[in-house]
Design a protein around this ligand. Structure first.
Ligand code: FAD
Length: 617
């Protein structure tokens, strides 16, 4: 029975095991590294031959912490849209690629929901795309220019649209009368769209390549030695066994963390995945990276019914900027029909603040109008749920007078570590597909990721593996994780209580609008929650599939992610896109066309204003 889940024949750099013994000090002993390069197949720890040299250190309680070591050239964490796009590109350039994911491959992350994603791109990236997608953003202009140049040079390899078209995207759809419909046409000049961009097709294709997949592996920290990133540290979730994955370059593609966006009955006010909890942002921040775009989320409207099915994209009903004709206030007024734009949050919030919302804290959809309800007017993903609701829950959306309660939810977060024009963070060897300053991370990750991957592959040529690996760095992290699981903190708050407290504190401060008083009050609450986190009580001390332990570890990333959003929001004295301060309701380009960057200084989070890199004309 193996604990290592390489889906591909392992080849060189296969997994092997290293054992260390706990020292009296609590720090794990350094051990002679028995390089096992050339071992094939996954180690299951059952054979001594699979293991590195077992070092007997001065262990006081005899506790043993074992870990497995994997080697690769190009390491990607996150197998969503961004990670898979990067993996294809790096692989096509000849790199040896390993992709790590916290969840089961192709069932985790936003991509794991496998909806018929709308994938869009512009005919002419320099003009059309820049105008449509980047104009209001605070994006790193040097990075964007580099992406555009890359795009123009290599159309086919640059993004996922070709892959989608070849691999099952329903770009062309047959109508009931047998005619074909081109779903690529959109209302925006120069913009093309594929519907039916099912992520599962892409992930199946990835599995068929010689790309190693280490799934069910949660990354908890970066492996940073002498200031450079030399891999990742984490553990195998089903067994609790620790893992070191060494690499020449590492790419962060862990998705947007939206789990702080409130809690309602049995779910967060986010349809994004709980897998994305800011772990990677938290790790990058702890190692000195500055986090930007913390205060910007991607928001749309989603149903709060049926009970406990709220905020569900796949089984709910909702609306974004393309479907405003059915959105109304509590009196049934369709006040959003003339609205043009994708970011709907401001008029929605203004209506709620003016007392025109429902008791659920949001607005309504009313499908009983003279506008026909079909896949043109309601997204295909939503229209299919009309029958489902009727059959399964007895909710008839066409019943006279019925209005569907909807609320703003966060489907994306812009947050990421600052990157340069190659996509490299402030830590050499660590790249990221987030952190260029976009307001949220969606749509463009298909384009950004292959570009960043190509820069990272180039970077490999200049990297030499460290002469001596300092294993004590990894061991200290595993010791920290073990202590969190085994500490006797009886009476302390449980991990899920801490999670709820973060969610409630954030949402209360953020919706329907925020201001200095609310943000300051939230910071105070977060500081108290941090005290609870220091003595978190993980009641289940087992290693196998320990959900409490995982939640406790995740809370640390989520806290960084949340605190960065709140402190950055406090600093930004203006309103822009989805960020809305009632005490500074106007956009102020003169003072705030800038990033707010959250950084760890002397153990505390400090936020500073940072200039956005501009292209010199
Ligand atoms: C419901 C919904 C509908 C959307 N619809 C559209 C649409 O139609 N069109 C569009 O362009 N965009 C859409 N978006 C936005 C788009 O899905 C996201 O922007 C996109 O998924 C981002 O891709 P990603 O690879 O960055 O993140 P994800 O696809 O979420 O992948 C991140 C991966 O990182 C893994 N991960 C996270 N933390 C760790 C860790 N510590 N260790 C190991 N692995 C980790 C996760 O398990 C996950 O698999 C939608 C988003 C949602 C939530």
């Amino acid at each position: 029975m193996g604990y290592c889940d390489n889906r591909q024949p392992a080849g060189e750099g296969a997994g092997f095991t290293r054992r260390s013994f706990l020292k009296g000090s609590g720090i794990l002993a350094g051990a002679t590294f028995a390089a096992a390069m050339g071992l094939t197949g996954c180690s299951d720890g059952s054979s001594e031959a699979d293991k590195g040299t077992a070092e007997a250190a001065s262990g006081s309680d005899g506790a043993v912490i074992e870990y497995d070591v994997f080697d690769t050239e190009f390491l990607i964490v996150g197998s969503g849209f961004a990670g898979t796009s990067a993996a294809f590109k790096a692989y096509s350039m000849g790199a040896q690629v390993t992709i790590v994911d916290k969840g089961p491959f192709s069932f985790s992350g936003a991509a794991g929901m496998n909806w018929d994603e709308e994938v869009s791109w512009m005919n002419d990236p320099y003009t059309d795309w820049k105008n449509v997608l980047w104009n209001e953003s605070l994006a790193n202009q040097k990075f964007i220019k580099a992406v555009f140049e890359f795009t123009n040079n290599d159309v086919e390899a640059l993004d996922m649209r070709m892959h989608y078209m070849r691999n099952g995207g329903t770009t062309w759809s047959r109508n009931e009368d047998g005619t074909w419909e081109n779903l690529m046409l959109t209302g925006v000049p120069g913009m093309n769209m594929i519907q039916g961009g099912f992520s599962r097709h892409m992930q199946d294709l990835l599995k068929s390549q010689d790309i190693r997949i280490l799934d069910n592996t949660m990354v908890t920290d970066l492996f940073v030695q002498d200031g450079a990133c030399i891999g990742l540290l984490g553990y195998h979730v089903p067994t609790g066994r620790y893992r070191v994955i060494r690499s020449k370059v590492t790419l962060l593609a862990g998705g947007g963390s939206c789990q702080m966006y409130g809690w309602h009955r049995t779910h967060p006010r986010s349809m994004n995945t709980p897998d994305n909890s800011g772990d990677l942002e938290g790790a990058a921040y702890r190692h000195g990276c500055s986090l930007i775009s913390n205060e910007f989320f991607g928001l749309d409207l989603i149903s709060m019914v049926p009970e406990s099915y709220g905020c569900s994209f796949n089984s709910g009903m909702g609306a974004d900027g393309n479907h405003m004709m059915f959105v109304c206030d509590k009196d049934g007024e369709f006040f959003m029909r003339d609205f043009i734009g994708y970011d709907i949050s401001r008029p929605v919030r203004e209506a709620i603040m003016a007392g025109r919302g429902g008791d659920h804290g949001g607005l309504f959809l009313n499908l009983n109008t003279d506008i026909p309800v079909n896949r043109e007017t309601v997204r295909p993903i939503y229209s299919r749920n009309i029958e489902l609701w009727k059959e399964q829950f007895g909710i008839d959306v066409f019943e006279e007078g019925y209005m569907i309660p909807v609320t703003l939810e966060a489907f994306e977060h812009g947050q990421g570590p600052i990157i340069d024009e190659r996509g490299m963070t402030e830590i050499p060897g660590l790249f990221s597909v987030r952190g260029c300053g976009r307001q949220r991370g969606d749509t463009t990750c298909y384009v950004l990721s292959p570009y960043v991957a190509s820069c990272a592959v180039d970077y490999i040529k200049s990297v030499a593996a460290p002469a001596n690996v300092d294993w004590s760095i990894a061991e200290a992290e595993f010791d920290r994780l073990d202590a969190m699981r085994t500490a006797d903190n009886t009476g302390g708050k449980r991990p899920w209580e801490i999670r709820r407290a973060i969610q409630e504190a954030f949402y209360e401060a953020w919706e329907p609008s925020t201001d200095a008083d609310k943000l300051n009050a939230c910071i105070e609450k977060l500081e108290l929650i941090k005290e609870d986190m220091a003595k978190v009580y993980v009641a289940d001390q087992s290693k196998a599939f320990n959900v409490e332990w995982r939640t406790a570890i995740e809370n640390e990333g989520l806290m960084v992610s949340t605190e960065a959003a709140v402190r950055s929001g406090l600093m930004r004295e203006e309103s822009r896109l989805t960020f809305f301060r009632s005490d500074f309701p106007e956009q102020d380009d003169e003072n705030w066309f800038a990033w707010t960057a959250a950084k760890l200084v002397d153990g505390k989070m400090v936020v500073e204003k940072v200039e956005i890199p501009q292209v010199e004309e």
